[in-house]
Design a protein. Sequence first.
Length: 387
Amino acid sequence: MRNLSRYLVYAVCYGIIAALLVSCAGKASVKCSLKDAPESDVVVKLLNINRYEILDTVRTDASGYFSYKVDVEKAQPEFVYLFYKDTRIASLLLKRGDAVTVEADTLGQFTVSGSEESVKLQQVEQDLNDFTRKFLALSQRLEAAVPGSEEAASLQRELAKVYVDYYRGRLKYVMSNPYSMTTIPVLFQTVGVNLPVFGQQTDAIHFGNICDSLETLYPESRYVAALRQEADRRYRMLEMSAKLQSAEEVNYLDIDMPDVNGVKRKLSDVDARVILLHFWAPDQAAQKMFNNDVLKPVYADFAGKGLEIYQVAISTDKAGWARVVKEQGLGWINVCDGLGTASPAVPAYNLTSLPASFILADGELQEDRITDAASLRRVLGRLLEQD
């Protein structure tokens, strides 16, 4: 009986320990000593892509110490920040199971141990702060210098060198740490408010390469998903730039998108004397009515005389768009890339509202402004009935 009792005690103790281990398995722990801030409030914030979310407010003890546990999903590190009043006193990049110790003061100076990624993040932020101070100091001196003077020219050269050196250093960092989540804030760094460190169009390649690496370790991370979205956006802009540079033979920008059957249809491949390039939103009732009331009758009257319609849907709902095209029986070319307002066609044709129509005749973008059925018929009549 005595052995049975001992066994039950061991079993209960083992169960308690196991339960404690399970309860801690999905967390990271933070122990912080905040100098000169006894019995003070510290706000714990989580970075949710581009904004802070308050997780909790904790109270330091009489010596300025507090501890806190953060929920962290498997393979989804979290950017967590500690604030004393309006001052950020520590920046942390926490993985599940991390046990972090922070020594901080109320001015924002801190040291961290127990998390390799947090140590890297601290250094990344320090490097940016040092560069920003130097860059802004030079900028202020340049503003005060006499325009066109030797001093101004010297400061411009020094300012450019400081920027290029920092950019090269950050590029070396991301290439040397492709599997570190700290590369994400590095890629999004800005000087002041509007000057991105990685602002060249070819930086799209670096965004894509780092995202490819991080996705192998953190496929479910929302930070990596945001990086992918930005990488894709930059790739589209890079492709747009390449197209603009090679678009000297025609005075319009080419479009290459899939139709309702998934077949790519290129605007420049359309064999017609006149092309009506029409941008629309398939979820808008008035624009669907325009198809029936204007485009169908126009197509019936002018298709035999050399008209083709190349209709581009600006929508993220490709299934809904394809359904509308089939239900309305739109027999001309209908395409959609599913990117909505992020489609490269939007900036290419400076679309500020929908619908929008353009006329291409014999490979040339016409200057005629299409505002309604009457103006459309007038232009088509002049271009297709002049023989």
